[in-house]
Design a binder for this molecule. Structure first.
Ligand code: C5P
Length: 229
């Protein structure tokens, strides 16, 4: 069989990463977290003392760091110039700066090339998750999924993730309100940018995960892969 390429896009808190990793593991596919790559280049910019709001400075440095992504869905890795950055790229500093860095066209060109070469080398097929995979990075993907969920559900999931509690809308309180605001701000920046914004491809299947468990979303995507064209 020819390798299957699956693009999974959507805003944060929709279960993109958990779904993509589980689907890839179950179907024997590679896995690429493109958000981690944008986080990694952002981490490097912050580390190098580059003002992330200075688009010209970010553009000039876009080619400098070497970013390597490991694509095992059971143990994905990410390094910048040989340093393991899996933990620091999840911190607040990077999360707060990543939308500005990822809006710079030179950064997108560079990271998009990297993503295309990784997908091309995945002989067994790959699940690629992000914001612009179906629209820009891999417009010829065999299957395109666009995950959504209500802002309330997304904020609750993200808060639960951040506090390490087990998921679900039970998580409540001030941290959910703050998380919801930060999340909506990042969505607005990602959806409003000029170069390949967060968007649903015309030929993508939309799955609203608000009322679904993770297992139900995984099964839905696996079924779509098995039943494709
Ligand atoms: O998915 P994650 O939340 O880790 O993505 C972090 C950020 O990386 C997003 O908010 C967005 O600014 C950027 N991103 C992007 N294009 C992608 C994936 C992520 O611009 N394909």
């Amino acid at each position: 069989a020819t390798p299957v390429v699956v693009a999974i896009d959507g805003p944060s808190g929709t279960g993109k990463s958990s779904t993509s990793k589980a689907v890839a593991a179950r179907m024997g596919l590679r896995y690429l977290d493109t958000g981690a790559q944008y986080r990694a280049i952002t981490w490097w910019m912050l580390h190098a003392g580059i003002d992330v709001e200075d688009a010209a400075a970010v553009a000039a440095a876009a080619d400098k760091p070497s970013i390597v992504s490991g694509t095992d869905p059971l143990a994905p890795t990410i390094t910048v110039d040989g340093t393991d950055v899996a933990a620091p790229i999840r911190g607040q500093q990077v999360t707060g700066a990543v939308s500005a860095v990822s809006a710079v066209p030179e950064v997108r060109t560079r990271i998009t090339e990297l993503q295309r070469s990784i997908a091309a080398e995945a002989a067994e097929g790959i699940v690629v998750e992000g914001r612009d995979i179906g629209t820009t990075v891999l417009p010829d993907a065999d299957l395109k999924i666009f995950l959504t969920a209500s802002p309330e559900v997304r904020a609750a999931r993200r808060s639960a993730e951040l506090t390490g509690r087990s998921g679900g809308p039970a998580a409540a309180g001030a941290d959910v309100v703050a998380t919801r605001e930060a999340l909506l701000r990042r969505d607005a920046a990602d959806s409003g940018r000029k170069t390949s914004p967060l968007a649903k491809a015309a030929d993508a299947t939309e799955v609203d995960t608000s009322e679904l468990t993770l297992e139900q979303v995984i099964e839905c995507v696996v079924t779509l892969i098995e039943e494709r064209g």
